[in-house]
Design a protein around this ligand. Structure first.
Ligand SMILES: [Fe+2]
Length: 274
């Protein structure tokens, strides 16, 4: 365990039988997340596994028409996100692939995705004391596995936040390498009015953990490069949101909300380790 910058902590892990086993107990990891800090876990997921996810996602996207209709949260789709979020007014430009119906995908690609999403799901369950499986549950919270591509030349995601529950801890897995596959862009956070930019700190296979109600953003890929939706160059990540799409959206009053919740979390009982 090492503090690599203020509020930014790196933790080693081993990848054993498809599980991410951290060097310190999951309860300790969660305590660091809640303090709050940004925690980077060196998962040890093999590079070939990560590369296969990008390749498989691109192949799937090449034979699946882009969706333009509003999200239904019950299918597998991909979309060019290019708008300003209604409530939080966060601008965004990226290409996302959402696999809410992961269990309906053809077996080979499903296995490719599960090779990363199962370890992420297991870790999240261990951190939060849950025992959730994949699958759509109308009117309830469930997993929304997502692979996101930030193309070169000006992709980004503006500052936004989420309700703390039921997610508690957000997960962002780097599928490719900063300095090699892309040279700009990364997730940023603010903790106690201090800005934490993780750009350059997250290697391929590193998993970022963050308290879900912390304001965060994705800094832009350099405008010096030419932008193209088709070019696969750029940053690729996978995330595993867990929420009820028909539930209450995040409050638009950001700072008061998360600072109050951090106060409350300090007094809350700690979660059991699975
Ligand atoms: Fe977010």
């Amino acid at each position: 365990m090492k503090e690599v910058a203020k509020y930014l902590i790196k933790i080693d892990a081993e990848f054993v039988d498809g599980k991410i086993v951290t060097e310190i107990p999951y309860e300790e990891v969660m305590r660091l997340v809640n303090e709050p800090n940004i925690v980077i876990i060196k998962t040890g997921i093999p590079q070939e596994t990560l590369a296969k996810v990008i390749k498989g996602t691109r192949q799937w996207a090449s034979k699946t028409p882009l969706t333009e209709a509003p999200d239904t949260f019950d299918n597998n789709q991909h979309k060019h996100r290019l708008h300003i979020a209604k409530i939080q007014q966060a601008p965004q430009l990226f290409h996302d692939h959402t696999f809410d119906a992961l269990l309906d995908l053809e077996p080979a690609f499903q296995q490719t995705l599960l090779s990363i999403f199962d370890p992420m799901r297991n870790l999240w369950n261990s951190l939060t004391g849950n025992d959730e499986a994949f699958g759509i549950r109308k009117g309830e919270a469930y997993f929304h596995p997502q692979v996101t591509h930030y193309p070169l030349g000006g992709s980004f995601f503006g500052r936004h936040w989420h309700p703390l529950n039921p997610q508690k801890v957000g997960l962002i897995l780097a599928l490719n390498q900063y300095g090699k596959d892309y040279t700009s862009g990364g997730t940023g956070y603010v903790i106690n009015d201090h800005i934490i930019e993780t750009e350059g700190f997250q290697d391929s296979g590193d998993l970022l953990l963050f308290r879900y109600d912390l304001p965060h953003w994705v800094s832009p890929s350099s405008f010096a490069d030419r932008f193209s939706w088709e070019d696969p160059a750029g940053r690729w990540v996978s995330i595993l949101p867990f929420y009820n799409p028909w539930g209450t959206p995040a409050d638009k009053d950001e700072p008061q909300g998360w600072k109050t919740q951090i106060q409350q979390a300090k007094h809350a009982p700690s979660v059991a380790v699975a």
